[in-house]
Write a protein that binds this ligand. Structure first.
Ligand SMILES: [Zn+2]
Length: 441
């Protein structure tokens, strides 16, 4: 075939794929999202012990030697959040309310473990594994977990799962060993290492057994920290494949964030882009045992010069998502709210406050992933939001909503009580009803 004809066929295939994607790429839904005006805020990287523990490590930061791959500039002084960062963010969320009367809620997606590089007595280095709330030297944050608990109690902090390390631990060890400058940085607990940008936690080269064990461990750490299982997951660096999804489903993790940004090693070039469109379209319609939530609004004000413009654009993207008949799912990484330069989180919080004020005026409601997924699939949802249980029926007929025992247990534990009765409860909800149950049930 002639070159130009091949090109024409390729363009036609891509055009058809995009058209299919635009028409069918949206998930099937039982809810009129145009009317619901739902907003969901997904925020990755909480709990991540990196990139630097504190300002004293800046002197040991040799960017050339670490050569991690491209990062946005602001990430170089990213750090683990502290109690003040969580408390001040929670304070802002609590001042904004959806039209259902519930406060704005953030979904921090957590990285649950970290590696500490420690030099031994005879200059033999060792790697020590930490699981939250334990952290490497320099990342101690007094009062952090009390601030997190307070934010959860207020119903503005709804943790979900990001991963264990955010990178392949084997590659980090291999790419650090024998390189003086990198070892020096590691001993200051600087997380960045050569090629870290491509050393994906769920890289397809990693042994499945190892990944399975990590996931099982993640669920235990998560339950110990937050008193419940996660319901939603986002893969670090948006890299995962079907085998990872099967692994999540085996643990009843059925809400998958960020599919639009998904990167698969086998998706390369033009053919890769076409395959991605078809994969996305087909999986949304045929995989009815899970829900994919796309991030359709970007809110990353501290990564841009014109932060105010970012907020204005994010507000417009929310309204556009509603107009298309989608829930607005905002992406807002931890970097906007935790940084060694205090001016960065000050800016991030200020812009979030502005964005939420606009959403209040637009009559938004703030949902967590579990609610969006339930409404999408069944038209009904349940969620433990702080000490409240929230039940919704967004269909046009009376519906039964089954509240699992685990949801009741988590609210009881947050109040410092044991649940009164075991077993699920069934509620009958009128069309369009939102029921907020505050007392112990
Ligand atoms: Zn991340």
């Amino acid at each position: 075939m002639k070159r130009w004809l091949e090109g024409l066929v390729a363009i036609a295939v891509v055009g058809f794929g995009l058209a299919v994607g635009m028409v069918w790429g949206r998930s099937p839904a039982l809810v009129e999202w145009e009317r619901a005006r739902a907003v969901c805020i997904q925020s990755d990287d909480w709990g991540l012990c990196g990139f630097l523990p504190d300002s004293s490590a800046i002197v040991a930061l040799d960017r050339e030697a670490l050569a991690p791959g491209p990062f946005p500039e602001v990430y170089w002084h990213s750090t683990l959040e502290d109690s003040a960062a969580v408390a001040s963010l929670a304070g802002i969320l609590a001042t904004h309310h959806g039209r259902d009367g519930l406060p704005a809620v953030l979904q921090p997606n957590y990285i649950l473990g970290s590696l500490e590089y420690a030099s031994g007595p005879d200059s033999m280095a060792t790697w020590i594994e930490h699981r939250l709330p334990d952290v490497p030297a320099g990342y101690e944050r007094p009062g952090l977990w009390k601030a997190v608990r307070d934010a959860r109690l207020a119903g503005v902090w709804h943790p979900e799962l990001h991963g264990r390390w955010h990178y392949d631990p084997g590659r980090r060890k291999a790419n650090t060993a024998g390189r003086d400058a990198v070892e020096a940085a590691a001993s200051r607990q600087i997380l960045v290492f050569p090629d870290s940008e491509r050393s994906w936690e769920l890289g397809p080269w990693r042994a499945r057994e190892e990944l399975r064990a990590e996931l099982a461990g993640n669920l235990r750490i998560f339950a110990d920290l937050f008193g419940r299982e996660p319901r939603s997951v986002i893969a670090p660096d948006y890299v995962w494949n079907d085998a990872d999804e099967a692994m999540w489903l085996a643990h009843d993790l059925r809400v998958i964030q960020g599919q639009r940004q998904q990167r698969m090693a086998s998706w390369r070039g033009l053919e890769g882009r076409v395959r991605k469109v078809f994969h996305r379209t087909l999986t949304r319609w045929w995989r009815r045992d899970r829900v994919y939530l796309d991030r359709n609004c970007i809110f990353e004000p501290v990564q841009q010069i014109d932060s105010r413009g970012i907020t204005t654009a994010a507000a417009a993207a929310v309204r556009e998502a509603w107009a298309r008949g989608e829930p607005a799912v905002l992406e807002a990484h931890r970097i906007n709210f935790s940084h060694l330069d205090q001016r960065v989180p000050d800016l991030g919080r200020r812009e979030l406050d502005r964005l939420l004020a606009g959403l209040d005026r637009d009559g938004a409601i703030f949902l967590v992933d579990g609610e969006v997924a339930g409404l999408q699939r069944r038209g009904t949802s349940w969620a433990a939001r702080g000490t409240r249980i929230v039940l919704r029926n967004y269909t046009h007929s009376r519906r039964l909503v089954v509240l699992p025992a685990a949801a009741r247990a988590v609210t009881a534990r947050l109040r410092g009580q044991e649940p009164e009765r075991a077993g699920p409860l069934v509620f009958s909800l009128a069309p369009g009803e939102t029921r907020i149950v505050r007392g112990p049930i």
